[in-house]
Design a protein around this ligand. Structure first.
Ligand SMILES: [Zn+2]
Length: 490
């Protein structure tokens, strides 16, 4: 009775333009299944794919219902009903079991309160995953694509999965000894980071003292700006290195003292950049449930919208000002200009092209709506931000559009001709009807005339009858008076 809530079976097997296209269509590029990141070129998770991934890791119903999260429900009949189902389908997640038609019907008979209780229990069950060994097995293949702190996190998780094989990760991270251990390291690293940072900054300021007055002031100003780069925790080290290079670049290359310039460069290279490590993550995760923990980890490889011209530089929020990056790459990109990105990451333009190819295939096959002008417009945006350097090839797509337009024109022409013929036919029909109407009108007129004549005749006859009646009456009256006179004379 395994019912998969979200399966990949929706995909038809027919490869079109080299991609397996889904049956449904989308209206956001982030939802395109298997879209590759425009920077690293790796496949990203869409929201649906991410949930699908987590749903496959949900605990089997029998184990799940043993969790202490359900303690408050244990005495209820509804809970026992679910427990019975779980005994029959121990490995199927509860959320899947209750999707069955017959079971749904049974639950609908529980009344309002009972139904709410069941859905509450099911909701809680969606946050409980299988135990650590099964979960880490699915997460490990993603390790290489994770930011450094998360790589370290997965290594820890692998060790914990061996140490506590009968627990899920939220249970492990809540364990007192685990929490205390990582919290201690976190605090130690925080202190160490702050110490090293201050030391490095003092050293940089001391180096500034060796410079002539004007350059010294410049460098001290740069040193204070440096803090704006190191402090945010969301930029990875690699990004911070690029940012520092950009910040100090012109200043260092303008220095006459090349030895000192090299010294500053070396100092910048060794500056501590991040205080966030796996220990910070684990301490934070002690407050989360299993689903939330996995979601947080998967976020790094999930599709995010990347503003080509950042909002801080008045970049519009429109889709034409965006490409898709995995969250890790989006954080790496930070606010670095695209021209610099092209230089630092040579595969960048190639990966943008790879992403756009898939997007164009989806548009061509009507699987992505509202993006008909996207390729042309995003190409223009990319050219604009890179001094015409980032060239994207959309020729095939434009040719396709041209062909599509030609076909549409042909269709329009054909339907015009067809309509014209139909119009002529209709006109002919109308004139025939008009003719018939005229004939009928004439007939009507003739009948009316006839009727009028008859009417007239009737009137004349009527008058004649009246006249005769009068004459007769007069005659009768004359006769009567003649008789009267005659009698009197007798
Ligand atoms: Zn990426």
């Amino acid at each position: 009775m395994l019912l998969n809530l979200f399966t990949l079976n929706n995909y038809n097997n027919q490869p079109v333009f080299g991609y397996r296209l889904p049956k449904r269509s989308f209206n956001d590029i982030r939802d395109i299944p298997g879209l590759t990141c425009a920077k690293c070129g790796e496949k990203m998770f869409s929201l649906i794919e991410r949930d699908e991934f987590i749903n496959k890791l949900l605990a089997g119903s029998k184990t799940c219902l043993k969790n202490h999260e359900f303690d408050e429900f244990r005495n209820s009949n509804r809970f026992r009903f679910l427990q019975n189902l779980a005994n029959r389908h121990p490995r199927t997640p509860l959320a899947v079991i209750v999707e069955d038609k017959t079971i749904k019907y049974k639950i609908s008979k529980f009344g309002g309160f009972g139904q709410r209780e069941v859905s509450e229990i099911v909701d809680i069950s969606k946050n409980i995953t299988k135990n650590a060994p099964q979960v880490i097995k699915k997460l490990m293949p993603l390790k290489e694509r994770m930011p450094d702190a998360y790589k370290e996190l997965l290594d820890y998780m692998e060790v914990y999965a061996i140490k506590y094989p009968d627990n899920s990760f939220s249970e492990i991270f809540k364990k007192k000894d685990v929490f205390d251990y990582h919290n201690k390291i976190r605090l130690f690293r925080k202190e160490q980071f702050s110490l090293l940072k201050n030391k490095a900054l003092t050293k940089l300021n001391k180096t500034a003292e060796l410079l002539p007055q004007e350059e010294k002031a410049k460098m001290i100003k740069l040193n204070s700006e440096l803090l704006n780069i190191i402090s945010p925790t969301y930029y990875p080290d690699s990004t911070k290195h690029i940012m520092l290079e950009l910040l100090y670049g012109d200043f260092i290359s303008a220095l006459d003292d090349k030895k000192l310039a090299a010294n500053i460069k070396k100092q910048l290279k060794n500056i501590p950049l991040n205080e966030v490590h796996a220990d910070n993550l684990i301490v934070g995760y002690s407050k989360l449930n299993d689903r939330e923990i996995i979601k947080e980890i998967l976020e790094n490889v999930s599709a995010t919208f990347e503003h080509i011209i950042p909002g801080s530089k008045d970049g519009p929020d429109s889709k034409h000002n965006g490409i898709c990056l995995c969250k890790r790459c989006n954080q790496e990109r930070a606010t670095i200009a695209y021209s610099v990105m092209m230089e630092k990451f040579p595969e960048f333009s190639q990966n943008i092209q790879k992403q756009l190819n898939k997007v164009m295939a989806f548009i061509k096959n009507k699987k992505l709506t509202g993006y008909e002008l996207y390729p042309q417009k995003v190409k223009k945006t990319l050219l604009d931000v890179t001094d015409q350097k980032l060239r994207i090839n959309i020729k095939k797509f434009l040719k396709f559009k041209e062909k599509e337009a030609e076909i549409k024109l042909e269709h329009a022409k054909a339907s015009y001709i067809q309509n014209k013929t139909r119009l002529q036919e209709t006109n002919l029909e109308i004139s025939e009807y008009n003719k018939k109407i005229d004939e009928l009108k004439q007939e009507l007129k003739r009948l009316q005339d006839e009727k009028n004549i008859l009417h007239h005749k009737k009137e004349i006859r009527k008058a004649k009858v009246n006249n005769s009646t009068r004459i007769l009456a007069n005659a009768k009256s004359n006769l009567k008076s003649a008789r009267k006179t005659l009698n009197n004379d007798k």
